[in-house]
Ligand binder design. Structure first.
Ligand code: GDP
Length: 298
């Protein structure tokens, strides 16, 4: 499948190593668990998540009186899935009048993800508008214009350097005038200046609350999967300045550290809603923990 192919770098890294442990060890002992732990950490599941997964596995092995390492693989997969358990990930914004904000630092794949999401919703028959509220970079506006042409959706933009809240205001007016379903906003996220970022987000928030109070709100943080544990700390920082409802984890096709999806979801308790596994519109996929873990380990 596209998912399996998109995750091949992490897959080659994890699966090959893990199978050699299950097949290479004759006993389930400390060395066995240590090597297992090492591989999970290499795939960027992080220490905390890895430790809970291994602890869970150990208690299952004990409870079921398992003796053969070979029999552990399914239990490991089960432990990882349990670790990721989260309240059902909702995509309510798809079916309501909604405003979806994407935030994230430069280069993580924010603009691309706005474009892909807009294209997919349009394909579902939704009337979609995009707002170029990342006014910090002229390139972001040009790039979003290209994406909106490709996706066949209308874009609301102003000049570079203009007030993001003013762009959002315009976009809300256009959304109402055209009776559009979903407004997707590309916003900037400059973490090195948290105070400014917070003020910018607050200002946008006020505009939405005043002008479009009935809209269903979704705020997604976009993170670059190739940065591994850095993505996790970025998510934590954004979570301090905004009410995050989900995560988009991009570029998983370009990394062997795809386990970061498992770490983020289990450590933050914020659902990963989409993953990026390539440059095409269909390479932004809804994230499903079960499918993800199966694609990595089976
Ligand atoms: P922004 O600065 O956060 O808006 O980032 P962009 O949307 O401009 O993306 C930065 C680069 O990452 C671009 O070259 C994108 O094509 C690329 N990119 C984004 N998502 C993915 C993905 O899922 N896979 C791959 N391979 N590249 C991606």
């Amino acid at each position: 499948s596209r998912l399996v192919a998109g995750l091949s770098k992490t897959r080659d890294n994890i699966v090959a190593g893990i199978d050699s442990i299950f097949n290479g060890f004759s006993n389930i002992d400390d060395d066995f668990y240590e090597e297992l732990e090492e591989i999970l950490i290499m795939a960027d599941l992080g220490i905390n998540t890895t430790t809970s997964i291994i602890d869970n596995l150990k208690s299952k092995v004990k409870e079921l009186k398992i003796k053969e390492p070979k029999e552990c693989k399914d239990l490991l997969i089960q432990s990882i899935k349990e670790q990721m358990e989260i309240k059902e990930t909702a995509y309510e914004f798809e079916n309501r009048k909604s405003i979806v904000m994407l935030i994230g630092v430069n280069g993580v794949g924010k603009t691309t993800s706005v474009g892909k999401l807009a294209g997919q919703l349009k394909e579902q028959g939704k009337k979609v508008l995009v707002a170029a509220a990342d006014t910090f970079r002229a390139a972001a506006i040009e790039q979003l214009t290209e994406w909106s042409n490709r996706a066949g959706v209308e874009i609301i933009a102003q000049q570079e350097g203009s007030d993001p809240a003013a762009v959002i205001y315009d976009a809300i007016m256009a959304t109402k005038a055209r009776n559009a379903d979903v407004l997707i906003c590309d916003t900037a996220g400059r973490l090195h200046n948290k105070k400014n970022l917070m003020e910018e987000l607050k200002k946008i928030d006020r505009v939405i609350t005043r002008e479009y109070p009935d809209a269903y709100r979704e705020t997604l943080v976009v993170l670059d999967g190739t940065t591994g544990q850095n993505a996790l700390s970025q998510a934590k920082e954004f979570n301090e300045v905004a009410e995050i409802t989900g995560i988009i984890l991009t570029k998983l096709d370009g990394t062997a550290k795809g386990g970061i999806a498992i770490a983020i979801q289990s450590e933050l308790g914020i659902p990963v809603k989409y993953i990026g596994i390539g440059e095409h519109i269909e390479d932004l996929q809804k994230f499903n923990a079960e499918d993800f873990v199966n694609a990595l380990f089976n």
